[in-house]
Write a protein that binds this ligand. Structure first.
Ligand SMILES: C[S@@+](CC[C@H](N)C(=O)[O-])C[C@H]1O[C@@H](n2cnc3c(N)ncnc32)[C@H](O)[C@@H]1O
Length: 291
């Protein structure tokens, strides 16, 4: 009998080869040819790329945000090569690495990418970036987006969405300029239940100051969780921060992104299936010096 872990590894290795080929073609602004498609196993009868199979990319649920993951990150936003992530927005006339737009929406701890994909559909002219710390989960989202892009080549769909492996608790100002983002999503973040682990939570006073730095004035932080204790923790820290102001329930009800984040993420769908509660809190980034 084949060892299931080696089957998973084999699948991921073949997807990695496919990913490298697809990414090279994307950078040259070339679509995959019918002959190339014949070499790929994961093509449907109608010639579309199949979506990657999530079960082959599963990884231990929690990753320690304090450990050294030997992550790659630019020394400053000026050094970031966005054209690798959004090749559609780079043309030959531009400097290497440059693109014609900047990322405006970040899905922090994007997991398997349900929200990143949904936001790409909702805001086709805005660049969305999913950031995820786990390697295999990031690779799943990369493969998912490559397949979606390839399958919607007529409309250039999903060219505005990308994912990056990164630790949002450490390097955000290396990626984004001051005031660059208009929305940041924190959907079903890891709860780190034990008191001694609370410092690993993705909302803390120090981190909020960093999020306030990369968010533009008037930008919004969206949070949702099924863990009441974590919701109360996030509300307590956000309420206490001088650069954030809570948006009321009426605002939440009218906001399209609140509806999307409540239903689009994999974790949110799991909570719905289990009949769990979902706690939402959204905050506007106030002008500096407003208080
Ligand atoms: C419970 S999952 C939720 C995933 C997704 N947002 C959803 O709602 O389906 C939390 C995700 O955040 C990721 N994560 C945790 N800490 C992170 C960090 N510091 N930077 C980036 N991603 C992180 C985890 O690897 C995990 O995939």
């Amino acid at each position: 009998m084949t060892d299931p872990s080696s089957k998973r590894r084999q699948y991921r290795e073949s997807k990695e080869e496919e990913r490298i080929t697809l990414q090279k073609l994307e950078r040259k602004h070339v679509r995959i040819s019918e002959t190339d498609k014949e070499k790929i196993d994961d093509v449907t009868d109608t010639g579309e790329l199949k979506m990657p199979r999530k079960r082959f990319y599963r990884q231990r649920a929690h990753s320690n945000p304090f450990s050294d993951h030997s992550l790659e990150y630019p020394v400053s936003p000026d050094e970031m090569d966005w054209s690798k992530l959004y090749p559609y927005y780079h043309d030959g006339g531009m400097e290497e690495g440059q693109i014609s737009k900047t990322v405006e929406i970040a899905d922090i701890g994007c997991g398997f990418g349900g929200l990143t994909v949904a936001l790409a559909e909702e805001f086709p002219d805005t660049l969305i970036l999913g950031m995820e710390i786990r390697v295999q989960v990031t690779q799943y989202v990369e493969d998912r987006l490559l397949a979606l892009r390839e399958n919607s080549d007529e409309s250039n769909g999903y060219q505005n969405a990308a994912v990056i492996r990164g630790n949002a608790m450490k390097f955000l100002p290396n990626f984004f300029y001051k005031g660059q983002l208009s929305k940041m999503f924190f959907c079903f973040p890891d709860p780190h239940f034990k008191q001694r682990k609370h410092k690993a939570r993705i909302i803390t006073t120090t981190l909020l100051s960093e999020y306030a730095y990369v968010l533009k004035e008037g930008g919004v932080i969206y949070t949702i969780t099924d863990v009441l204790d974590l919701h109360e923790w996030m509300v307590k820290h956000l309420d206490a921060h001088p650069l954030f102001e809570r948006l009321d329930k009426e605002w939440e009800q009218a906001d399209r992104c609140v509806q999307i984040m409540s239903n689009a993420t994999e974790e949110g769908k799991k909570v719905s299936r289990n009949g769990g509660d979902k706690w939402v809190a959204c905050y506007r980034r106030l002008p500096s010096g407003a208080t």
